[in-house]
Design a protein around this ligand. Structure first.
Ligand SMILES: Cc1ncc(COP(=O)(O)O)c(C=O)c1O
Length: 379
């Protein structure tokens, strides 16, 4: 019998600093006493990570690991990238917080740069910054409902869209659902999974066949008028499920015919992660009305993490994690007047067109908590 040994990691020019903090056993004990048990860890003997440099992580003994996880696509450009560190340092020394009621160039510059990544003539140009992907999806639903005047939302089975109360209702994976009220007005259509689904991996008409289920859901589970359809262009948490060719084209047509907006959740598939296209939806040849994004866009900074029941003696059954900032091009007909836009109604036939062509307002940002993301975008 031959014994295989793991290949050695390539030479890397970074020496981790000596670790002087609490031991692994002390850290584990503190964590068990003071953190919600819902915040789970991998491995019986968990790895303690205390330093990172680009693609590598280091434990408290200085042992180096190749990071194949990146905090579920939350670290886009490596750990402690010198450009990111420098941009954060510069910003922190100059100015740390203001509110959006005052002018600051960074947020507008960042929105402009982000808008330049959307396909030309898509009309996608207006950003609204939030603190996490879950919040971004919550907001996208709110906007879609306010804009269309409709209530029903369509999502896909096997989807993950977050763990806030609203986005948990969109999520359709039992590992990420808690037994709490959620999902009001949300209907889940068949997951277009080419490997496991009924039509066979090579069926050239699979896109249209799976899309027909969305038509059925609209027909049988809604009034016939919907507010939105939301899907990832490749399901991430659900196991990297690629959609069959043409699927989104068919679905977007049906959803728009039923008065709804089309939302692409790009939290995992966006920012070039699918290869040649910057946004995942581009691989399907469609243009959504709203895009949501998060995670690596702030490359791990300003993470919003909240414990749902910090003083409760009973453990909360599921983890609630939010990753850094997200932006949602807004469907407000006039984004400078969101409260007026709330009551604006466009005729059903015209609204999809107007959503993409008549947004004239500047970006709205509800909190100035993403300076790192802004600084990174400057580079
Ligand atoms: C596709 C997708 N949408 C939304 C979210 C929620 O993002 P956040 O964790 O920042 O709230 C995630 C997080 O993993 C995600 O993968």
């Amino acid at each position: 019998m031959t014994t295989k040994t793991a290949p050695a990691l390539p030479v890397f020019n970074h020496k981790p600093s000596p670790y002087c903090g609490p031991s692994k056993a002390e850290t584990l004990a503190m964590r068990q006493e003071f953190l919600s048990p819902a915040i789970l860890m991998y491995y019986k003997d968990p790895v303690m990570i205390v330093e990172g440099s680009m693609q590598y992580l280091f434990d408290e003994t200085g042992k180096r690991y190749l990071d194949g996880f990146a905090g579920i696509v939350t670290v886009s450009v490596g750990h402690c990238h010198p450009k990111v560190i420098e941009a954060i340092r510069e910003q922190n020394e100059r100015f740390q917080h203001t509110t959006t009621i005052y002018l600051h160039p960074n947020i507008a510059q960042y929105a402009k740069k982000l808008a330049s990544t959307f396909p030309k003539d898509s009309g996608l140009s207006v950003c609204y910054f939030t603190n996490s992907g879950s919040e971004s999806n919550d907001l996208a639903l709110l906007m879609a409902r306010a804009f269309t005047g409709n209530y029903d939302i369509l999502a896909l089975r096997n989807a993950y869209h977050g763990m806030s109360p609203t986005s948990m209702g969109l999520t359709a994976l039992n590992t990420w659902k808690s037994p709490v009220p959620q999902g009001f007005g949300v209907h889940h259509a068949k997951c277009p999974d080419m490997y496991r689904g009924p039509f066979g991996y090579d069926d050239p008409d699979a896109g249209a066949k799976y899309a027909a289920d969305v038509d059925e859901v609209i027909r049988f589970s809604t009034s016939g008028q919907v507010a939105a359809f939301i899907a990832e262009p490749i399901q991430g948490v659900g196991g990297t499920v690629e959609l069959p060719d043409g699927y989104l084209k068919h679905v977007y047509k049906s959803v728009r015919a039923a008065g709804g907006l089309c939302i692409s959740d790009e939290v995992q598939a966006g920012f070039g992660r699918t290869g040649t296209k910057f946004w995942g939806f581009e691989n399907q040849g469609v243009t959504p009305d709203i895009i949501t994004m998060a995670k690596g866009m702030a490359t791990a900074h300003r993470a919003a993490r909240s414990s749902p029941a910090p003083i409760s003696p009973r453990p909360w059954p599921k983890d609630y994690i939010s990753t850094p900032s997200a932006a949602t091009p807004s469907p407000w007909p006039n984004a400078t007047q969101p409260s007026t836009s709330f009551s604006t109604r466009t005729s059903r036939n015209e609204h999809s067109k107007s959503v993409r062509t008549s947004w004239t307002g500047s970006a709205i940002c509800n909190r100035a908590t993403t300076p790192s993301a802004m600084s990174v975008a400057k580079d």
